[in-house]
Design a protein around this ligand. Structure first.
Ligand code: HEC
Length: 262
């Protein structure tokens, strides 16, 4: 009769435990050595040659372990690629099989103006109440973009200026997409190049707050452009959850500085 006291069962459980312990230990060692050699412990800072080497080692370890362990490795790997926040990936290092890579392959990464995007005329009146609300929401942005939209880049290499930014007075679709997806990578603003130390994280507020803050930055600090409506923000909700933007994914500012900057 099989019971907890069955010596045979206790024996095999013990050995199964040992095998798993050794297998995971070995895999950990191989990966650990790969990641930590010469003080490098961030995979995306490792150069291409080392990355290939680490990958080869990991593949070898993968091939060397038993079927069950291998299957669980695969499961964990697949789960990671499915759930890894795409925003942790840098544009220059995209994990094979990840959300970003799939989106890139299907061409679905760049900002596009959705069909039926509500138009707001360039000379539409700006509601003072919306500006008041926008000013309050802007307190959050000012941490990185400065209280007067002057940017904080010159102080701590965070947000570039919003004053005189062709992005701010340009495509509304860009601005809404930046709120939903964040932005990362060297970019030019008003003729100067910026390489911030950290990306702009997505700030997916409600429609009214996003519309208000974008209307505010488009009509403050000397900027002048059409207000942004909550309907326009709603029309871009599909951007939420897509991988973080790089400046190359944005609609080029020159293409949208016409009379209707949608
Ligand atoms: C945590 C810091 C941070 C916060 C908060 C933040 N941003 Fe940004 N923002 C950045 C950085 C950094 C960039 C440039 C990203 C890059 O190129 O890597 C950026 C870029 C931008 C750009 C395009 C570049 C430009 O200067 O015109 C706009 C527009 C923008 N942010 C608007 C906003 C708005 C509106 C808010 C508030 C709702 C906001 N940001 C909040 C850091 C921030």
């Amino acid at each position: 009769m099989a019971s907890a006291n069955n010596p045979l069962k206790r024996f095999s459980t013990f050995w199964l435990g040992c095998i798993l312990f050794v297998a995971f230990g070995l895999a950990g060692l191989v990966l650990g050595v790969g990641f930590n050699k010469s003080g490098v412990n961030r995979f995306d800072e490792v150069d291409e040659k080392r990355r290939v080497k680490i990958k080869r080692k990991a593949d070898k370890a993968h091939a060397g372990v038993g079927k069950t362990v291998r299957r669980s490795f695969d499961k964990v790997g697949a789960r990671f690629l499915e759930t890894a926040p795409a925003s942790v990936e840098k544009p220059e290092f995209v994990l094979p099989g990840s959300t970003t890579q799939k989106a890139k392959a299907s061409g679905g990464l760049g900002v596009t103006v959705p069909v039926g995007f509500p138009e707001v005329p360039a000379d539409a009146p700006v509601d003072p109440q919306v500006m008041e609300k926008g000013k309050v929401v802007f307190i959050m942005c000012s941490a990185c973009h400065g209280p007067e939209g002057e940017g904080m880049y010159h102080i701590n290499k965070t947000g570039p200026p919003l004053v005189g930014s062709e992005w701010v007075t340009g495509s509304v679709a860009n601005l809404i997409a930046i709120q939903f997806r964040g932005l990362n990578g060297t970019m030019e603003v008003n003729g100067k190049e910026y390489t911030p130390v950290a990306p702009m994280a997505p700030l997916p507020l409600d429609n009214d707050s996003i519309a208000a803050v974008l209307t505010y930055i488009r009509n403050s600090f000397g900027n002048k452009a059409s207000p942004v409506s909550a309907e326009q923000v709603e029309a871009m909700r599909g951007e939420l959850g897509k991988p973080m933007l790089s400046p190359a994914d944005l609609i080029a500012p020159t293409a949208s500085t016409g009379p209707t900057p949608n």
